[in-house]
Design a protein around this ligand. Structure first.
Ligand SMILES: Nc1ncnc2c1ncn2[C@@H]1O[C@H](COP(=O)(O)OP(=O)(O)OP(=O)(O)O)[C@@H](O)[C@H]1O
Length: 250
């Protein structure tokens, strides 16, 4: 379980990116984190993966306080950031070996799991090439493989589907489902409402740093009527998109 208690990040006196966020993510759930641009998704994800120190509040993984046991918890996390940091000069396989060393993945395990992931994401022909020669999507896939190579319980993925081709997106969605079937947790942010609608057991919508909805999509529909998630999202985030005068383009 992941618990966020009054989690807050203030970047400046008047910039509260994440404002007293309270969330509970149970084992066995795919949790979708939605919100408009600048809502606080990446800031929240950066705090729960240890990249940012919260201004206040608590982050608890399976009863362990993140601030007290960061190393132990980080070993349980597979993190895909919104902008991958990769070493361009080394090869894909050297990068995976480096990450496996950091996470102390035994040789036979990294070989088995690594080879399977490389094959599944169709990177066999490029894994021995320098990362600088990879396309954006190939870098995204390598980042995913590196995040999953130590078989972490908690997958924390910031916009993981952006940049993936339809086949890779399909594979990732199935990996996510399998992962939670085994009692683990997938926490991911997305702007793609169809994906959230299809695969999430639970969602939270954040807007201007505050959680404005937390529950299942069915619960959201009960509150807001039987509309598409996109319509409900635009409504609850007070989007003014319906007021845009597209006739300007005629
Ligand atoms: N390092 C920073 N310094 C100052 N302000 C920041 C910093 N990082 C984020 N912010 C501000 O915090 C708020 C939340 O940003 P965040 O990146 O978390 O949004 P997001 O929901 O991930 O947006 P997007 O969907 O565009 O990726 C924004 O107002 C942003 O300008």
């Amino acid at each position: 379980m992941i618990e966020l208690i009054n989690l807050t990040k203030r970047f400046a006196e008047n910039v509260v990116a994440v404002d007293h966020v309270n969330l509970e993510i149970e084992d066995g759930k795919i949790f979708g984190f939605l919100g408009p641009n600048g809502a606080g998704k990446t800031t929240t994800i950066n705090m729960i993966t240890g990249l940012y120190k919260p201004t206040s509040g608590r982050i608890i993984y399976d009863g362990m306080e993140f601030q007290k046991e960061p190393i132990k918890i980080k070993k349980l996390i597979g993190f895909v950031p919104d902008e991958p940091f990769l070493f361009e000069k080394i090869t894909g396989i050297s990068y995976l070996n480096f990450i496996s060393d950091v996470f102390e993945v035994p040789l036979d395990e990294r070989k088995k799991r690594g080879e399977w992931l490389i094959k599944t994401f169709k990177l066999e022909n490029s894994i021995s090439n320098p990362i600088s020669t990879y396309s954006h999507g190939m870098k995204q896939k390598l980042t995913l493989i590196a995040a999953l190579i130590h078989n972490p319980k908690f997958w924390i993925l910031d916009e993981p589907i952006v940049g993936l081709d339809p086949e890779s997106a399909f594979i990732l969605k199935n990996l996510m489902k399998k992962h939670v079937e085994a009692g683990n947790i997938v926490f991911f942010s997305t702007h793609i409402m169809e994906i959230a609608e299809k695969i999430c057991d639970e969602i939270a919508i954040i807007d201007k740093g505050k959680i404005i909805f937390d529950g299942s999509i069915n619960e959201l529909r009960k509150l807001k009527g039987d509309k598409s998630l996109e319509q409900i999202f635009l409504e609850v985030t007070n989007s003014e998109s319906e007021k845009i005068d597209f006739s300007y383009l005629d």
